[in-house]
Ligand binder design. Structure first.
Ligand code: BT5
Length: 264
């Protein structure tokens, strides 16, 4: 196993028809999501942009994503789903379920913090960023970016993240094959993605998100655009939304947002 990703090895582990059948590999990039969006219109569904490092890896809402060289999987999948733009955020749940299954195949137990964080031992090991280009009713394309910390050490993480971020290596003291893991994520993603977009069945993904959820039954802080609300999480509904009970006992359904868990 070398330090760099190897397309032929990734391909040898793939069991997919589309996902990862074209991989565009970079040694260094600003952001795989940014690069994928630039070429999304002309590339086929399932094309993957992957880079050994990202200089300006992005999280949601302008946040940054730490992406040191050779230490993680920083990839973006180009998708052309026949779903309305309002449903595109669900692809994040599909990807979260796929990552969680891929980790389980390596005997790593993970949990999912709705909507886009994968945790191991309660620390963030993976984040997902889905972006799209859409008209009012038609999704032109979506790009689902996955950042998975594989072999980062404490020194690879900035001090302000060390209490809440981790890597597979830090949690297990094992080194993982990034080629295999990349393929395994894509294998699981393809299965769940086509069940949703071709068979209109999101249940398979949502069942995993529910089983693995760290927020179900918990009191959480919901960070909205203009206010922070404390709510109790009742469920993830069949559309992937978080069902919450507010302090004044009203039920609300949240399609996307930011939460922090503060109480059991
Ligand atoms: C995310 O945003 O978690 C989405 C991250 C998506 C990264 C992938 S990598 C491939 C593709 N290309 C990109 O440019 N992005 C995608 P959010 O929920 O907003 O979380 C961001 C926050 O996570 C930051 O503000 C930090 O607190 C924390 N963070 C940053 N880097 C991290 C890392 N490597 N591991 C764990 N936590 C991190």
């Amino acid at each position: 196993m070398s330090d760099s990703l190897n397309y032929n090895r990734i391909e040898s582990f793939l069991q997919t028809k589309r996902m990862g059948r074209k991989i565009i590999y970079f040694d260094s990039l600003d952001s795989t999501n940014t690069a994928a969006k630039k070429i999304a219109e002309k590339e086929p569904e399932g094309t993957v942009v992957i880079s050994e490092e990202q200089k300006s890896g992005r999280g949601r809402m302008g946040r940054s994503w730490v992406s040191p060289r050779n230490k993680g999987i920083w990839m973006s999948i180009i998708l052309k789903p026949q779903i309305p733009p309002a449903e595109v955020p669900r692809l994040t749940q599909v990807a979260a379920a796929a990552v969680s299954l891929a980790l389980a195949s390596l005997e790593i137990n993970s949990s999912i913090k709705w909507p886009n964080d994968i945790l191991v031992n309660n620390k963030k090991v993976c984040g997902i960023l889905t972006e799209m280009k859409a008209g009012s009713n038609k999704t032109e394309y979506a790009v689902t970016g996955i950042g998975l910390n594989v072999s980062l050490t404490q020194a690879d993480l900035p001090p302000n993240l060390r209490h809440k971020a981790t890597s597979l290596y830090l949690e297990t003291k094992r080194m993982f094959d990034r080629d295999f893991l990349t393929a395994e994520i894509l294998n699981n993603f393809e299965h769940l993605y086509y069940r949703y977009t071709m068979e209109n069945d999101l249940t398979a993904s949502l069942d995993i998100c529910r089983q693995k959820s760290v927020v179900l039954g918990k009191k959480v802080r919901l960070v909205g655009q203009d206010a922070v609300k404390e709510v109790e999480v009742l469920d993830i509904d069949d559309e992937g939304r978080l069902v919450v009970k507010t302090n004044d006992s009203r039920i609300a359904r949240i399609a996307s947002g930011e939460i922090s868990v503060y109480k059991n």
